[in-house]
Design a protein around this ligand. Structure first.
Ligand code: GDP
Ligand code: MG
Length: 459
């Protein structure tokens, strides 16, 4: 079957893992090696994502002699690593991320945030592979450029190989404790049940070809149906930003279908459904031309999967992490408006009926939902009285200060601000009124801070 027969779209890949495991560096490296080569069909830096066309993937993985039969047109890797991009890549309740890379520092093993990422991936039934990054830090490592990992291991000394084996089995044991079976990918004969580990170096490039090939093979072998191109638009809002010369624009990931200039779109907004018309579909220029500062390439239409900037009127209050609908000839506008707003209702189920509980503010709908799920879990079990998305303002703090009126609810005069900015006015008002604001971009830490505060109140 040829590439065109199957008519597949590019898989979408997210990068997750603990702080400092090398998520950013890994993306930089993958991008960098290609940019430097600068050949025809070069990769393009999308908005918040990097797109690798099939030709480039073939070239990057040729050292593996796998005769990589690529059936997908490319691979779209989301550049904003972490929970945020993963939790926001959703449409109609399902995750748009086809596969994830869970990055683990081979020298440090499984950490808090590795586990947090793992939980999130498993809760969403997402497929993923694990990169055991920083193999070049094994003592005495000999650099082998972009070599496949098995080749790179062959030239290492006995000591390096022993240390490697020791660390890998340690990490396999740590994952086992989390109920996850893992194995080095080239020894993994049960890919349905056992998660593959790919040793990599984001510094020197060993194992990078393996990682890319595995991502593509795994998606095109096991997700043909999901990856089949369809005209039904599946699209999600990642960010809302002001763009010079274009006003407020939204960055979206188009996971399936086609978007065209002039399409009428419906987006979930803070004050209700937003109905507007696409004025411009923008992407940055391909890598070599990126020096054209602030300039975007304009497109008449864009086919999935891509990351795009959409300029249109009235997008100021669009909510990141919600899905975007495009009006088709058979669609009913009122029905679409209801559908986009239904997404916000998914969070209202978490709010305490009696109106008691902490106030939760998060940067996007996706991260808000992830945090609410955590607070609801049996071990944590924290009640929530209200929620908000975006920066924390004084008016939010004012709402919460009502909790101070009753002794019973004093602990609920607390705001858990997850990965959002707190305005100085909000901070000042909280200080004056006695409302506590806790901030962090790690779910677990945010809860720990609140818990410590509640414990101190009891004493
Ligand atoms: P992130 O927090 O997961 O995005 O981690 P970064 O990509 O920012 O990397 C954290 C630090 O580890 C930086 O100083 C990187 O240069 C370094 N680093 C990342 N990957 C590697 C690697 O494969 N080998 C070595 N030696 N250092 C690495
Ligand atoms: Mg980073």
């Amino acid at each position: 079957v040829s590439e065109s027969d199957k008519n597949l779209r590019s898989p979408i890949c997210c990068v997750m893992g603990h702080v400092d495991s090398g998520k950013t560096k890994l993306l930089d490296f993958i991008r960098g090696t290609n940019v430097q080569k600068g050949e025809a069909g070069g990769i393009t830096q999308q908005i918040g994502a990097t797109y690798f066309p099939a030709g480039k993937l073939r070239e990057m993985t040729k050292g593996l002699k796998a005769d990589a039969r690529l059936e997908v047109p490319g691979l779209l890797v989301i550049d904003t690593p972490g929970h945020q991009s993963f939790t926001n890549l959703r449409s109609r309740g399902s995750n748009l991320c086809d596969i994830a890379i869970l990055v683990v520092d081979i020298m440090h093993g499984v950490k808090d945030r590795t586990i947090e990422s793992l939980d999130l991936l498993r809760r969403n039934g997402a497929d993923f592979i694990v990169a055991l990054n920083k193999v070049d830090r094994l003592y005495g490592w000999k650099t082998c450029g972009n070599a496949p990992i098995v080749e790179a291991m062959k030239v290492q000394s006995r000591d390096v190989r022993d240390e490697f084996e020791r660390r890998v089995s340690g990490i396999i044991g740590q994952f086992e404790k989390q109920g996850l079976s893992t194995e080095l990918y080239y020894k993994n004969y049960d890919v349905r049940e056992v998660t593959s580990l790919v040793p990599t170096s984001a510094m020197t490039g060993e194992g990078i070809p393996d990682l890319l090939l595995l991502l593509v093979q795994r998606t095109q072998r096991t997700m043909v149906e999901k990856l089949t191109f369809s005209n039904q638009v599946r699209c999600t809002v990642l960010e809302v930003k002001v763009v010079e010369g274009h006003g407020t624009a939204i960055d979206v990931v188009l996971a399936n279908g086609v978007l065209r200039e002039g399409d009428q779109i419906v987006v979930c907004g803070q004050q209700g459904a937003i109905v507007t018309t696409i004025r411009a579909l923008l992407t940055p220029y391909p890598m070599r031309e990126i020096r054209v500062k602030g300039a975007y390439q304009q497109h008449k239409e864009i086919r999935a999967a891509q990351c795009i900037k959409i300029a249109a009127h009235g997008l100021e209050h669009a909510i990141p992490g919600t899905c975007l609908y495009a009006m088709g000839p058979d669609d009913n506008l009122e029905a679409l408006k209801n559908s986009v707003m239904e997404e916000m209702e998914s969070v209202s189920g978490h709010i305490d009926k009696a109106g008691e509980g902490v106030y939760v503010q998060a940067s996007t709908l996706g991260s808000l939902e992830a945090f609410l799920e955590y607070l609801k879990s049996k071990e944590v079990n924290v009640k929530v009285s209200g929620v908000g998305i975006g920066p924390l303002h004084k008016k939010d703090v004012m709402k919460v200060s009502a909790m101070l009126e009753k002794k019973r609810t004093i602990k609920y005069a607390s705001i858990l601000a997850f990965d959002v900015k707190v305005t100085p006015e909000a901070e000042e008002y909280a200080e004056k009124s006695g409302v506590k604001i806790f901030t962090s971009d790690v779910i677990y830490q945010l809860y720990q801070q609140f818990k410590a505060y509640v414990d101190s109140l009891i004493k």
